[in-house]
Write a protein that binds this ligand. Structure first.
Ligand SMILES: [Zn+2]
Length: 457
């Protein structure tokens, strides 16, 4: 089939795509509570003729399957929102509901674009009489980075999959030939002794002091870890009024690095610092490793194929009104970041990046966030590419991204992504030489020691 016909099929599905993007955006659900979103996609894929498979222990996950035989191609769709990012589709900070969740990472687009690609591929399989299986994986709780797809890998849900494809909304369009940092989540629970802070401070042992000393210790550790490691923490407990010595306090850490092996080493050192803080304050500490996810492993042959499809597919065209909105949103961003990204993505004439980044651009603009999709790339050749859905300079997890994600500006990016996903999958179905090269590279570079992080529940 001519790729133009695939674009036409995806275009014909655009009303459904826009409706899905808008529905998920208007009903933001946090990771672990995506009942509406998962029901929406189950319904969409079921009505399109896919067989829906539920996953024990993961009520908001499922996979929808169509076709038969090899290859089995997985299209991964996410749909969770972020806390506190409720935002109207306007170029000024204004929550729909103050403090409520919002789609600041564009997973409303991600899931909708991926599901639309799967539906289009069904039509392609039918029209061309192709052999192969298309699966849409409904992937919840991505933002938690410890469950979601890590759990799906742990449950062996990708064991018979040959290739996995997904995408992510961003302010740029490019392949990520290996991307994202591995991440581990750890909590440190300190227990001290409560006392009246004025009347009998000598009898108290402050758990909050331990948290503070631990964080100071970790900040000194930063000098002595690899450059690319990122360590960040918060606390959600520190006691009651200051006249009660806090008997309980905890610190929650994310540790990121290019490889999980780097993280394991850093975490062991952080545990020692926690124990040191407990010793200094005569408190006790319990360290809990909650879980983690791996980096995305590169598959250069698959990245080449995605690059070709990104370049071949007509880019979104924007109306004057959409560009005006993009410009207004860009003005709300840090000007230094906008200037840097404008140069990096060569977006001098438009607030949107209206070209495909060169094949190696990801090296200049590396993804230093993490994704639970990384674990999928350890068990099957996987590619996640980025598509410009936001004005240049807009970062994920911001109100600016949440605003864009509720508009046609971003939905046009999801439509383009659906075309690229469908066309790449079509190549995998119809070009055995390319598919074999990808599989060979995967086998040759496989990590034999990989195991997904154990699941706590
Ligand atoms: Zn995301």
């Amino acid at each position: 089939m001519d790729k133009k016909k695939i674009y036409d099929i995806v275009d014909s599905l655009n009303p459904g795509l826009e409706e899905a993007c808008r529905y998920i955006w208007q009903n933001p659900e946090l990771g672990g509570s995506e009942e509406k979103a998962s029901a929406y996609f189950r319904d969409m894929l079921g009505k399109a003729g896919f067989e829906i498979h539920e996953i024990d222990g993961m009520p908001n996950a499922f996979y929808a399957e169509y076709g038969s035989g090899k290859p089995v191609i997985a299209i991964l769709g996410e749909y969770d929102a972020l806390p506190g990012l409720s935002q109207k589709a306007e170029a000024a900070k204004c929550a729909v509901t103050e403090g409520a969740p919002g789609h600041g990472c564009g997973h409303n687009l991600l899931g909708s674009g991926a599901a639309t690609a799967a539906v289009a591929l069904k039509e392609v399989l039918d029209k061309d009489g192709l052999t192969g299986t298309i699966r849409f994986y409904g992937c919840p709780e991505e933002e938690l980075l410890i469950k979601g797809k890590v759990k799906m890998v742990y449950y062996h849900l990708f064991d018979d999959v040959d290739f996995a494809l997904t995408w992510h909304p961003m302010c740029h369009t490019l392949v990520w030939d290996g991307a994202a940092l591995a991440n581990m989540s750890a909590r440190f629970y300190f227990t001290g002794i409560s006392s009246h802070a004025g009347a009998a401070p000598e009898k108290g042992r402050s758990a909050l002091d331990a948290v503070e000393l631990m964080n100071v210790g970790v900040n000194y550790l930063r000098e002595h870890v690899i450059d690319k490691a990122r360590i960040h923490y918060t606390t959600n407990s520190g006691g009651l009024p200051p006249n009660i010595v806090p008997p309980k306090a905890d610190s929650w850490y994310f540790v990121r690095a290019p490889h999980m092996s780097d993280i394991r080493e850093i975490i062991e050192r952080i545990k020692k610092i926690a124990e040191g803080a407990a010793l200094m304050t005569e408190t006790q500490v319990e360290s809990v490793i909650e879980g983690g996810c791996c980096e995305i492993r590169a598959n250069h042959a698959l990245s080449d194929l995605v690059q070709e499809n990104l370049e071949a597919c007509p880019l979104p065209e924007y109306t004057a009104e959409e560009l005006e909105f993009a410009r207004a949103l860009q003005k709300e961003c840090n000007p230094a970041v906008v200037a840097r990204d404008t140069a990096l993505f060569e977006a001098y004439d438009s607030p949107m990046m209206q070209k495909v980044g060169r094949r190696d651009l990801h090296l200049a603009a590396p993804l230093t966030a993490s994704t639970d999709g990384g674990d999928v790339s350890f068990v099957v050749p996987m590619h996640m590419f980025a598509v410009a859905c936001w004005p240049v300079g807009v970062a994920p997890h911001t109100w600016q991204a949440a605003a864009a994600n509720g508009t046609t500006l971003a939905e046009k990016g999801a439509l383009y992504a659906a075309k690229v996903l469908a066309c790449t999958a079509y190549d995998l179905l119809t070009k055995p030489d390319r598919a074999t090269a990808i599989t060979k590279e995967f086998e040759a570079t496989k990590d034999p020691d990989y195991k997904p992080m154990p699941q706590l529940d």
